[in-house]
Design a protein around this ligand. Structure first.
Ligand SMILES: [Zn+2]
Length: 274
């Protein structure tokens, strides 16, 4: 049983501000340790639940946050950027289940710590087949393309509700903070979050083995993505992508038959804005 841990940073233990997840800020080294600790807890739980192999993908910023020198020696780490499948790199490599660790609510969600979708300076909204998506839905649909389910997630209460909304009530969730807004939360300390994440991770792998984990999340084909940018000049640039359609001042639409192509178009259009 092979597990992929897709890690982000805004939903990690104690994080409530951008400075804490910004490599240039003095607070960042503390939170590198905390993302590594949250990921290690998930790794321990996965093996305790019966995983035979665990690989971790570091999906925040430039993918260089998790400290390999402190990583559980049984796991491997995909570090650096860009990896071919970005935040869920490795999902195409015979993976049985994916865990979202340190995830966050989509751009615009209320009471969600650092809510955003990819970049809050670039993306103001994302819809797939007219449904509002954040990183949960987007990355979950890429995993679904490879027939791999999301089996657990950790983050605040809004993230936990978002994953249940997308993947159903069978997903296991570790709520490690209660957001009181975008940049304030009631946070559990690492001594509590480690055991919570470990326990939930273990349960999710046991569920996967017994056939009670969520099913892979699939979007209906053909797939149409609408990407709304913060500024119209970003849409000017993104609309240059062949087959993209400008639909509004800040909106560009793109259609494809498969989710990986949509994911690549999404990432390409964002890269084109700068
Ligand atoms: Zn993110």
């Amino acid at each position: 049983m092979k597990i992929l841990i897709a890690a982000d940073m805004e939903g990690i233990t104690g994080v409530v501000h951008w400075d804490q997840v910004n490599p240039k800020h003095i607070e960042y080294p503390r939170f590198r340790k905390l993302i590594t600790a949250d990921v290690n807890a998930a790794i321990r739980g996965a093996f305790a639940g019966g995983a035979t192999s665990v690989t971790v993908t570091d999906g925040h910023h430039d993918g260089r946050n998790i400290m390999i020198e402190e990583l559980d020696p049984r796991a491997s780490l995909t570090s650096g950027s860009p990896a071919p499948l970005s935040m869920v790199n490795g999902v195409d490599d015979d993976v049985d289940g994916v865990m979202f660790i340190g995830y966050h609510g989509r751009m615009g969600a209320a009471n969600a710590i650092l809510d955003h979708t990819w970049s809050d300076e670039i993306v103001s909204g994302l819809w797939i087949n007219d449904r509002a998506f954040g990183e949960v839905g987007l990355n979950g649909a890429v995993c679904g393309h490879f027939d791999v389910p999301i089996i657990m997630a950790s983050g605040d209460q809004t993230l936990c509700a978002e994953v249940r909304d997308f993947f159903g009530d069978k997903i296991e969730t570790a709520q490690i903070k209660k957001a009181l807004g975008r940049m304030a939360a009631e946070c559990l300390p690492p001594a509590q979050t480690s055991s919570l994440i470990e326990e939930v991770s273990k349960r999710s792998v046991v569920n996967l083995k017994s056939g009670t984990a969520p099913k892979p999340f699939k979007v209906t084909k053909p797939i149409t993505m609408t990407l709304e940018f913060v500024q119209s000049n970003m849409a000017d640039r993104a609309a240059i992508l062949p087959n993209a359609r400008r639909t509004d001042g800040r909106r560009v639409e793109y259609s494809a038959d498969d989710m990986v192509t949509i994911y690549m178009a999404f990432r390409t259009m964002i890269a084109m804005t700068s």
